[in-house]
Write a protein that binds this ligand. Structure first.
Ligand code: MG
Length: 459
């Protein structure tokens, strides 16, 4: 955590009892309560992480001291809490989660009344109250007398997700799938969603355990290796893996291949064109996603709106413009606006099932139809100033190509794309590139490396 700055790209995060202490949580609870104001109703919930109860209790204590009314949602996925905040008239919410971070981390994020994380300017207000210690302490008479239990969050959420799809159609197909909720709160909802749709579910890492004994919480191909092997050997229709708070969903196809989120998003976006023929044909995503989505969906008249990296910014932009078919992040966060504008792993699961029920092919066949490009992701340690200079040099070198410069520089060509951007949180330059073949991808990486060499040589 940087002094004077509390919120990262997605909430406040830190190692439990090191940076993420009860003192911090209490102060932040007081700041959040001061921001919302006395008499406001906030829903507070958490994922399975270590320190969850400790941090939640401290946040709640802080909130109560400002006269805010607290409703305790218990354990629930982030999208379930977000959905209920929006649908049940809460003024906001607080979620104790560190999403996909390693097990020693926990975090606090604040939800606005619309179910989306606080807008950036409001986040800044909370931060200012926190650092200035400008807390509102209500008089003794106004301290709320109790924390109300709100135990229906997961039920409301599961029912809402299921209503968006054709349950009968899915049921008829008799699917069997594997769900891997990473020993966290996805276990409370995703199997139920699938079972309500007549799907037979085999769960891996399905017991709630804050030590994440099954695998690390981030659903990457490396972390999903043993789940993928199991999926391949069991002959199921597909596997689905969540992160620690189940807003992300990564597919393992019936051949046991982990499919990265932007490939799944291409399939889902194309399916939504069929499901909602009257919807605007606009898909929102960050510059870190593959441009293959443009290549595949252009024939259908789809326009891709490129935004800077960060799920909250995608959700807010979809809300501002009000014309999104869907939105996504390449890491498995998919947003379906008729349900809610935020990433939602359970909703992604229901849509995948409906898509497969209509299509009748194996899910691996759908992925195999997509162009197979070669992806390289890497990062190089350097300070932000140098990273920005590299971005300028890359811009200059590729100036005759189509460039997107909202977050670093993205170069788009017919047979490749590349993205060079400074990390928002660490002293790193992130490089992502994807090309028609391995040779071209490696050649591009060499080009970028030599441009970096030029910049470093001048310093
Ligand atoms: Mg997450």
């Amino acid at each position: 955590m940087i002094m004077g700055k509390l919120f990262g790209t997605d909430g406040v995060r830190g190692i439990v009892n090191k940076d993420m202490t009860p003192e911090l949580a209490l102060r932040l609870g007081r700041a959040i309560g001061t921001f919302f104001g006395p008499g406001k109703k906030l829903l507070v919930g958490r994922d399975i992480r270590v320190g969850g109860e400790m941090i939640k209790a401290a946040v709640i204590s802080g909130l109560l001291s400002t006269g805010v009314h607290v409703y305790d949602a218990g354990l629930a996925p982030t999208p379930a809490i977000q959905y209920v905040v929006k649908k049940r008239g809460f003024d906001g919410g607080v979620i104790i989660t560190a999403s996909h971070n390693p097990p020693e981390y926990n975090g606090i994020k604040v939800i606005w009344h619309d179910g989306i994380e606080l807008p950036r300017d409001k986040e800044k207000e909370v931060e200012e109250i926190y650092f200035e210690g400008r807390f509102n302490s209500v008089s003794w008479r106004e301290v709320p007398r109790e924390v109300k239990i709100f135990p229906y969050v997961n039920d409301i959420y599961v029912d809402a997700v299921v209503k968006h799809v054709d349950a009968e159609l899915i049921r008829k197909r008799g699917f069997t799938i594997v769900i891997d909720p990473a020993n966290s709160v996805g276990a409370l909802t995703s199997s139920r969603i699938a079972q309500k749709l007549g799907v037979k579910v085999i769960t891996i890492n399905g017991d709630l355990n804050p030590l994440f004994p099954g695998r690390k919480p981030e659903p990457t191909p490396e972390n999903l290796e043993s789940t993928a092997k199991a999926v391949a050997s069991m002959g199921v229709d597909f596997g689905l893996a969540h992160d620690g708070d189940a807003d992300r969903a990564i597919v393992i196809d019936d051949k046991g291949r982990v499919q990265w989120g932007d490939r799944t998003a291409i399939l889902l976006a194309r399916y939504l064109l069929e499901k909602h023929p009257d919807f605007p044909r606009k898909v929102y995503t960050a510059v870190s996603s593959s441009t293959l989505i443009e290549n595949v969906l252009r024939p259908y008249g789809v326009e891709v709106v490129w935004l800077k990296v960060g799920a909250i910014d995608i959700a807010r932009e979809m809300q501002r413009r009000g014309d999104a078919l869907c939105g996504f992040e390449e890491n498995g966060g998919f947003m379906y606006p008729p349900h809610q504008l935020v990433r939602d792993g359970g909703m992604t699961l229901a849509l995948l099932l409906e898509m497969l029920a209509k299509d009748k092919r194996r899910i691996s066949e759908l992925y195999d139809e997509l162009p197979q490009w070669h992806l390289i992701k890497t990062k190089i340690h350097m300070d932000r100033q140098t990273a920005l200079k590299v971005v300028e040099r890359v811009k200059e070198h590729f100036k005759n190509y189509r460039l997107i410069t909202i977050d670093g520089v993205k170069v788009i060509a017919d047979d490749f794309w590349l993205l060079v951007r400074p990390s928002g949180t660490e002293p790193l330059l992130r490089i992502m590139l994807e090309a028609k073949n391995k040779e071209l991808a490696e050649e591009l990486l060499e080009t970028v490396k030599s441009l970096i060499g030029e910049v470093l040589g001048k310093q």
